[in-house]
Design a protein around this ligand. Structure first.
Ligand code: NAI
Length: 687
């Protein structure tokens, strides 16, 4: 990371060179300050260009320094930026790859910015529960206008330089010759008589700032209002209407207060456990098998979504059905997806055609032999799946990974009908499969390590978060969700209305309440499963009949305009109606319960305790390999608020004695058949 100045330099080239992504750790910060100072005092140098690698100008703060003294060791990023701003010679940022967070702020400190059109810039701090802390909240409004600046910082999503070319953020956007353009601009600035341009010196339109902040405040949704970083961002941008130094001071105060907030701590934890979840235990370390062709069996809701995800990842995709009609419907669904992406301007039509050109729809099982990975997504019925796996066994090539998308069925029972159980595993996608990030990779008793490694690699190629799970009822996610939903049903009998439960849990931060979710997925799915399990259910178990009664009345959820709620034009009624309330009251009376209303905090705690208890049980059974994996599953697949970290992280923040006591009470109230995780299991989970 030494400054490399050419022999007869007029423009000094200061390289950011801390692979892989130029994170702004202490060494790189020192390098920037030292190199700028050296160039400033070098009489041969008239101007300076700050340039990164092809991959990154800078991806921002070094997250590994967070919470360590290094983060605050001088020079801090602010000091490095101040050095650039004070430099008497122009400093131009030449941006390729990414300029994110602190990397963007470093560029904002420069006197001008030149970027490759493909470079991606953004302020992702909000996704970690923070706001930019080194000037972006003050400088972006001055360069782009407050409204555009707020949109960028509120979304946290990067934008390309091409998209930003007219925003005021960039002085030049080029498709090549980045260095030449940046050094020419630096020389141009050096020759100008007027003072060097600096974002901090730009005047700010006070009225526009106020209007933008007011508008953004009115638009904050419930999840954003629950996270203090959003309001802090508005406050910081509001302060850009003040004198620059006062605004910077305000940004700093807000940033520091957020650093130690429980929300930012939880989001940093989620970031870490998501990264860790990709690593397999040593016993499973193996090279993935090569794959470029995925065959999907069943072109229904899940099969067509999985096919879309695989096509978008550039894979060849075979789509196999039992009937021509179902196949046609599936192909049409896939086609609609791509044409709506093109219509929305998110995909070029030539690219869409190229991707769809890799789709091979067929009714012919012999086509399976082309695939290295087969994913079955037919009806959720073990006999149907077994008959499909017998056919797969006949037709798939040797060494192909054979996966089932089952939600609940036993992977071993499916693998057992094949001659190659070592190749069989579960790939549990979530609906819509082309959108949802979570992917549970389920290990059967015979699944080979390299088959699992292939499934994880496929998950990553599909841009999913693959999580390894053991083969047990409901794997990780559905098992915990079932315990949670059951507890929510108990609360109906105990005295809450469905809307009380939904409201309390969305107030806590869940994307949707459990009864709204049930209506959306269709109550009949749960009903059918309950019927399938009726014969083996112990009559002494506390079983809530409300859902069955609603289904018997034809109330299957949204698709029949009535479930727990009623629906007009797709919108749910704000409260449940008398029919539902009558069913709830009767269910409680039959059980001899005298209903009394439940406060929101009681509802939230009961729901969370049910999740934590189930998490401890399944962790003790080895269904999850790391406690953090459970939190990744709940946040990425079930709408658990990321800023609470997940049920395990939440439990770690609770006083232990109270947790144990409340669990005792909860399990006792659940009655016969409800298993309490032991304190030793909780110790392991919460360690
Ligand atoms: P679906 O009913 O929409 O689609 C199933 C498709 O499989 C139908 O098009 C059917 O014609 C086809 N099929 C049935 N038997 C076949 C056979 N022998 N050969 C070839 N094709 C056959 O069902 P959906 O919702 O897509 O579910 C599929 C699987 O995915 C199930 O195991 C389900 O549990 C699982 N799953 C479903 C989720 C959801 O939200 N819908 C979420 C996660 C998993």
């Amino acid at each position: 990371m030494t400054p490399s100045c050419p022999a007869a330099p007029r423009v000094a080239r200061v390289e950011l060179n801390a692979p892989p992504v130029n994170s702004l750790g202490i060494a790189l910060r020192r390098h920037v300050v030292d190199s700028i100072r050296a160039a400033e005092t070098d009489p041969d140098v008239v101007a300076i260009v700050l340039i990164g690698s092809e991959k990154a100008f800078s991806a921002g703060a070094d997250v590994s320094e967070f919470g360590t003294p290094l983060q605050f060791e001088a020079p801090m990023l602010r000091d490095a930026i101040a050095t650039i701003e004070a430099c008497q010679k122009p400093v131009v940022a030449a941006i390729s790859g990414v300029a994110l967070g602190g990397g963007l702020e470093l560029a904002l400190g420069c006197h001008a910015r030149v970027a490759l059109a493909s470079a991606r810039m953004g302020a992702p701090e909000i996704q970690l529960g923070l706001i930019p802390g080194s000037g972006a909240t003050q400088k972006l409004p001055r360069l782009m206008g407050a409204e555009r600046a707020l949109a960028m910082m509120m979304s946290g999503q990067p934008e390309t330089a091409a998209q930003l070319s007219a925003s005021g953020l960039l002085d030049r956007v080029v498709s090549q010759d980045l260095w030449d353009t940046a050094s020419a601009l630096a020389l141009e600035l050096a020759q100008q008589a007027q003072p060097l341009p600096r974002a901090r010196d730009r005047t700010v339109d006070v009225a526009a700032v106020e209007a933008a902040v007011e508008k953004a405040a009115a638009r904050l949704n419930k999840r954003q209002r629950a996270q203090p970083a959003y309001q802090a961002l508005l406050d910081a941008v509001q302060a850009s209407a003040l004198l620059f130094e006062a605004g910077m001071q305000r940004e700093r105060e807000l940033f520091l207060a957020l650093m130690t907030s429980s929300e930012a701590t939880a989001l940093r934890y989620q970031f870490r456990v998501q990264r860790e979840s990709a690593k397999l235990p040593p016993s499973l370390s193996a090279q993935p098998r090569a794959f470029d062709h995925v065959a999907v069996i069943g072109a229904g809701t899940m099969g067509s979504g999985i096919a879309i995800a695989a096509l978008e990842a550039g894979l060849q995709v075979g789509l196999l059905e039992q009937s021509a009609q179902a196949l046609e419907r599936g192909v049409a669904r896939i086609g609609e997806h791509f044409s709506s992406r093109v219509k929305a301007g998110k995909l070029e039509s030539a690219k869409a055609e190229q991707l769809q050109g890799r789709l091979h729809a067929t009714l012919d099982w012999s086509a399976l032999s082309a695939a290295n990975v087969v994913i079955e997504a037919v009806f959720e019925d073990v006999a149907v799946k077994q008959s499909v796996f017998r056919l797969i066994d006949q037709h798939a090539r040797a060494g192909a990974v054979l996966a089932t998308n089952t939600s609940y069925l036993d992977i071993n029972a499916i693998a057992a009908v094949t001659s190659r159980p070592q190749d069989v595993l579960g790939l549990h996608f979530f609906s819509p499969a082309n959108v949802m990030k979570l992917l549970e990779v389920v290990q059967g008793k015979d699944s080979a390590a390299d088959a699992i490694a292939t499934a994880m690699a496929l998950g990553r190629q599909l841009k999913k978060t693959p999580i390894l799970c053991g083969n047990a009822f409901g794997f990780i996610g559905n098992r915990i969700y079932n315990a949670y939903r059951k507890q929510c049903e108990f609360m109906l009998e105990d005295g809450a209305w469905p809307e009380d439960v939904d409201q309390a849990l969305t107030d806590f931060g869940f994307a949707m309440g459990p009864f709204a979710v049930a209506d959306l997925s269709g109550l009949d799915i749960a009903w059918r499963m309950r019927q399938a399990h009726a014969a083996t259910r112990d009559p002494r178990e506390r079983y809530v009949h409300i859902l069955d009664r609603l289904c018997e009345m034809g109330r299957m959820g949204r698709k029949t305009q009535a479930g727990y709620y009623t629906y007009a034009d797709g919108k749910p009624s704000p409260t449940t109606d008398d029919v539902v309330r009558g069913v709830v009251v009767r269910a409680a009376a039959e059980r001899g319960i005298e209903r009394s209303p439940l406060a929101a905090d009681v509802i939230q705690r009961r729901a969370l305790l049910a999740m934590v208890n189930e998490a401890a049980l399944l962790f003790s059974e080895g269904v999850a390999h790391r406690a953090g994996d459970i939190d990744v599953v709940l946040v990425n697949g079930y709408g658990f608020p990321s800023w609470v970290g997940g049920p395990v992280h939440w439990a770690r923040t609770q006083p232990r004695a109270g947790l144990e006591q409340d669990l005792d009470r909860l399990i006792a109230a659940n009655g016969f058949g409800s298993v309490r995780a032991t304190p030793a299991m909780l110790d392991r989970l919460l360690a």
